[in-house]
Design a protein. Structure first.
Length: 251
């Protein structure tokens, strides 16, 4: 059974919305896990609290996303989330294995870059959704995050970006090392995106619709899915570059 119409999922919600909510909710859950883990071994109390706040916000946004597709039928909380996220379970496993690090600052940057790309991916795809449900998804995904750089990032990682920017500004050697690490991580993250597009045709369709709605020139449609993928990767790479700039790390 597809997630749409499964137990706890509102059958009136369009299938593309359920698909994207599943991916976005999975991304927010992954962001929660990484920020919570980095909070536990953070170097000082203020940093632990800041990252814990970000982790809490990731779960809050995940709940807001899942509420958009949930049927009000008394289903135990968590059932809907597990149902709509199931197609994406372990989607980040290879990424996590290939970017494993014991260095605290590298681990934090891994989350900012890797999950930042995933969240940007979801925001771009949301541009392909129509109707009131599409607007509702975009409102949740584009909601500014409070924090030291409120409005600079819509994700749960505003504090992490601020912390990394401070570390980079104080240590040129660390800044150079993190810049190199960021280039490696973004390559792996974009690999996850292309793998998902290869496995989930509905995501390619959303990307194509998002490109069309944005007025993107895809060569008159002659490039097909490859042109859509190229447009999407270019968008994600641009967002990554701007994120690295905010951390004072050359992308």
């Amino acid at each position: 059974m597809s997630p749409r119409g499964a137990a706890g999922v509102d059958p009136s919600v369009p299938a593309p919305v359920v698909e994207l909510v599943g991916l976005a909710a999975y991304t927010e859950l992954a962001e929660f896990g990484l920020l919570a883990a980095r909070s536990v071994d953070a170097p000082d109390l203020a940093t632990r609290q800041a990252l814990a706040d970000g982790a809490d916000r990731a779960l809050a946004r995940q709940r807001a996303l899942l509420a958009l597709v949930s049927a009000d039928d008394g289903v135990v909380p968590g059932v809907v989330g597990a149902t709509v996220m199931a197609p994406f379970d372990h989607a980040l496993a290879d990424f996590d294995a290939r970017t494993d690090t014991e260095d605290w600052s590298e681990g934090l940057l891994k989350g900012v870059v890797g999950h930042g790309v995933a969240q940007d991916f979801c925001r771009v795809l949301a541009g392909g959704l129509g109707g009131s449900s599409g607007r509702a998804v975009r409102q949740v995904l584009e909601r500014p995050a409070p924090g030291p750089e409120a409005g600079a990032d819509a994700g749960a990682d505003a504090e992490a970006i601020w912390l990394l920017a401070r570390l980079a500004a104080a240590d040129d050697v660390l800044s150079s090392r993190l810049a190199l690490w960021g280039r490696r991580v973004v390559g792996e993250a974009l690999g996850v995106v292309t793998a998902l597009l290869g496995r989930r045709p509905a995501l390619v369709e959303l990307a194509a619709e998002a490109a069309a709605r944005s007025g993107a020139d895809l060569g008159g449609g002659s490039g097909g899915d490859d042109a859509v993928r190229s447009w999407l990767v270019a968008r994600l790479t641009g967002e990554h570059t701007r994120r690295m700039d905010r951390m004072r790390l050359a992308a």
